[in-house]
Design a protein around this ligand. Sequence first.
Ligand SMILES: Cc1cc2nc3c(=O)[nH]c(=O)nc-3n(C[C@H](O)[C@H](O)[C@H](O)COP(=O)(O)OP(=O)(O)OC[C@H]3O[C@@H](n4cnc5c(N)ncnc54)[C@H](O)[C@@H]3O)c2cc1C
Length: 393
Amino acid sequence: MTQKLRVAVVGGGIGGMTAAIAMLRHGMDVQVYEQAPQLGEIGAGVLMTPNSLRLLERMGLGDPLAKVGAPVGKGSQYYRMDGTPVAPILTTDSSGWNGMYGMHRADLLGVLAATLPDENINVGHKCIGFEQDDKGIRLYFENGATAEADIAIAADGIQSVLQKHVVPPSRPVHSGSVAYRGLIPAEKLPSWPKGVSQLWMGEGKHFLVYPVRSGSLINYVGFVPSDERTKESWSAPGDAAKLAEEFSGWDPRVRELLAQVETTYWWGLYDREPLEKWTSGRLTLLGDAAHPMLPHLGQGANQSIEDGIALAAILAASDAEQAPAALETYERLRRPRTTKVQLGARDNGRRYDSEYQDLATRDAEIAGSVSFRSWLYDHDVEAAAHQAMAGVK
Ligand SMILES: Cc1cc2nc3c(=O)[nH]c(=O)nc-3n(C[C@H](O)[C@H](O)[C@H](O)COP(=O)(O)OP(=O)(O)OC[C@H]3O[C@@H](n4cnc5c(N)ncnc54)[C@H](O)[C@@H]3O)c2cc1C
């Protein structure tokens, strides 16, 4: 019997954890190495869209996700800053399946962490070094530990330490905007519409609202221009009064919500130019380590989940010797799609921030974005992975 493929995943975020769960289910020997002393996420929302939710449901996570998700559906709407309706927000795939949840990031990671057995997770392991030869890889950790495996997956986020072993070092690109984010208990806004996502678009700014945690919390994000370069952390405390001032004169609904904000956090918005390569021998990149993107299509986490599922499906047919070729197949499958999403997120940010002479043109583009969204939401990356593998046989 061939030996199980040994996989080391560096980073226990949404992408790394999804990949590890999927690989374990395909019978691989997986270890996740996470720098933090425990798995966790700082609170705010992430919108799960049909392209990733169908994959997580297929892995049997439908029920736990339904317990913590807040369904987002019909009635979701784009507005101009003064409240003029622009177009509905698409919340289904082309079959009409409404696979969309607003989720608290901690709840999503909690579901993933509860699914992966503890024996497959090593917290307190900050990776600081990497070596490979034609037989396998070795990781070095700050705590003095080392680990060996057949391949390594760098799922260590936008500031990836492993990325430099694949491509020359480069700096993340600052977008010129920051996002203020926070959560408001739903009972503080009793007349706020339930089960919808709403987005207001003004000059240089936009404002996004959707529910999380079964609808008990309302998640808001205010995007505003800024020269200040924060780290790509979003845990820096922000000033609620300054945030309200940024959106004074906007739709009364936005102001009503902002009047309830007590605590807010801000987050510098960065992405990277699409990378020309994700794989070097027995090491490949995944999630934000491979394709950090602006949040204007709500796809960073969703694409990381697609990566993890695709990688696991492709590796399932490989042994240690074949694994480097499988990593190349994964990259060939994933890089064109995530590049399109990275660049699409930049374009959409310009729409949301009304960088148009003529707002009617912008509004028409927003209304017409249904076809791009359908391309995003209809994709079944697992089926695509099987096709990609058939293509290389
Ligand atoms: C506030 C916020 C809101 C967002 N909203 C959305 C949204 O609505 N929809 C969406 O799809 N995406 C959203 N995103 C983007 C999405 O969250 C990210 O794209 C996604 O989390 C990427 O997952 P990842 O696992 O690749 O990276 P990360 O989540 O960054 O995880 C990386 C992990 O690696 C660990 N790590 C880093 N370095 C090391 C090391 N040297 N050794 C060991 N471990 C290490 C980190 O501690 C972390 O746990 C949002 C992002 C943020 C920050």
